[in-house]
Design a binder for this molecule. Structure first.
Ligand SMILES: *Cc1c(COP(=O)(O)O)cnc(C)c1O
Length: 496
């Protein structure tokens, strides 16, 4: 299987190259040249497999230069050995009759980013080796909170790699910030920026594609790559859990063979929901993809109007990992929906860069509407949803998951569509204890450690030990720079 660039499909590379390089030189994203098919029989066979085996099976469809043994070994290293605190890795919780919450946060950093970032560093190292590249890989990450920590944890002390993470100084939760500032490892750096996530992401993309910088790095035996979801190696592992969820529901008799399900995803950079779209194109019986946004609802407006317009006020919300106005992975969807027309993608992305907006073709808008439903929930609705799920079902969702639950409910009420729904749950509620306590109308202590205790006492949901540890450990990284200083910071860090 080859991968082509969304902005120039003449650029065609192997999976190993797509992963080791991260982004194409002309700033396009790598996409598979086709959608490998998985039959209902194969999905049925997955029912008897462990998560590790399911991952190796699905990844094998895309990473064709890797042998089954290699993929099994990598998946075992990523998901086995007690790294996840639930044997199922991504377990489902049934709510009522027709809703299933897919918990993607049982990994080391308690957010769904672990599902991909426990595996990506291993795939990256293996890809660099397959490509015969004797070099040090430098990972630059722009994070809205969860990716940074998950990437640090995944790359910590992985030989041949270094990692620097940039987060918006005022755009992440206390727990998220402490998790990053206390990161251990010899090859890691963490820096706050005065700006929002989009500023960090744009700066990192500019550094990646700066030819002068690349040349200076090469002179020192280094090369950049990306651990953001613009890297195909981030997306592919995310496809796995949609198959896994369906196989589990089949095994438990919750759904019948070929029964269609809806999938609702709390969305920021459009990576997670795009993975569900890929699963659908591969044959998983997904009916509707419900794309849930918070008050920064550039995506739901886009589904409504066919116009993507980032020229709007940016809001900080209680679901900070979704506070994004430029959803990078939408570029991949646009490529597929426009009949793989790389010229059209170049046009739209050019307009996004120059004018901050673009319109999709009528045909693409129609296709969009058939596959996706968009919606958003503001902070008030999100809190009400947390409270309702806790009171009615004894289930405590985090702020991001609650956005998806809220939007899925609104969608059901508006359309009357009662298809069973898998809701992606993207973080442990203790990561956002502050807002969750507020939602429950409880007292909210100043101190983060006391907040964790308060939430435990109130709900009976234990705070994971690694989050408690982050609140107690000393901070190692306190740098904060302006958004125009990120390039200089990287140069100094690497000595180039
Ligand atoms: C990253 C993140 C999201 C958004 O996922 P995308 O793949 O960027 O759309 C949602 N919730 C949480 C908790 C996250 O960390």
């Amino acid at each position: 299987m080859k991968y082509v660039s969304t902005r120039d499909k003449g650029v065609s590379v192997s999976a190993a190259r797509a992963i080791s390089q991260g982004i194409s030189q002309e700033r396009g994203l790598f996409v598979p040249e086709g959608f490998p098919q998985v039959s209902m029989r194969e999905i049925g066979d997955m029912a008897d497999m462990t998560y590790v085996q399911r991952a190796a099976f699905v990844l094998g469809k895309f990473l064709t230069e890797f042998t089954e043994e290699e993929l099994l070994a990598l998946a075992e290293k990523a998901y086995g050995g007690g790294k996840f605190d639930d044997e199922a890795v991504a377990p489902l919780s049934k709510i009522g009759e027709r809703e299933y919450i897919l918990e993607l946060w049982h990994g080391p950093t308690c957010a769904f980013k672990d599902m991909a970032l426990q595996l990506l560093p291993l795939l990256m190292a293996a890809s660099v080796e397959k490509e015969g590249l004797a070099r040090e890989t430098v990972i630059l990450v722009a994070t809205s909170g969860d990716t940074g920590k998950a990437a640090l944890e995944g790359f910590q002390d992985v030989p041949g790699t270094r990692i620097a993470v940039f987060y918006p100084e005022n755009g992440v939760s206390d727990v998220q910030k402490r998790q990053m500032m206390t990161q251990e490892g010899e090859n890691v750096a963490v820096c706050g920026i005065k700006g929002n996530f989009d500023d960090a992401q744009t700066a990192v993309k500019n550094i990646f594609t700066d030819p002068g910088m690349a040349a200076r790095l090469a002179g020192k035996g280094m090369a950049f790559s990306s651990a953001n979801s613009i890297n195909w190696g981030r997306l592919a592992p995310q496809i796995v859990y949609y198959f896994s969820a369906y196989a589990s529901l089949l095994a438990e008799g919750e759904i019948a063979e070929d029964e269609g399900v809806n999938v609702a995803v709390p969305t920021g950079n459009f990576g997670n929901i795009l993975a569900a779209y890929y699963a659908k194109r591969m044959g998983l019986p997904i009916e509707r993809l419900i794309c849930a946004s918070n008050r920064n609802h550039v995506l739901s407006d886009f589904f409504e109007t066919g116009v993507y317009d980032k020229n709007r006020e940016f809001f900080e919300t209680i679901s900070p990992s979704m506070d994004i106005l430029i959803s990078s992975n939408l570029e991949r969807l646009l490529y597929h929906l426009h009949g793989e027309d790389d010229g059209e993608v170049r046009r739209m992305m050019g307009e996004l860069e120059s004018a901050g907006r673009y319109r999709v073709s009528e045909a693409a808008q129609k296709a969009l509407r058939e596959e996706f439903a968009g919606g958003y929930a503001d902070d008030g609705e999100t809190k009400a949803t947390i409270r309702r799920y806790f009171e009615e079902y004894g289930y405590l969702p985090d702020t991001h998951t609650a956005v998806a639950l809220s939007v899925a409910k609104a969608y059901r009420e508006k359309t009357g569509d009662s298809t069973k729904t898998i809701v992606a749950s993207t973080a442990n509620p203790h990561k956002f204890a502050d807002s969750v306590l507020d939602a429950l109308g409880a007292k909210n202590p100043e101190n983060a450690l006391e907040r964790a205790k308060a939430l435990e006492a109130l709900t009976g949901v234990a705070c994971p030990p690694q989050l408690l540890a982050a609140l107690e450990k000393p901070c190692r990284f306190g740098d904060v720079v302006g958004k125009e200083e990120i390039g200089g910071y990287v140069e100094k860090l690497l000595g180039v």
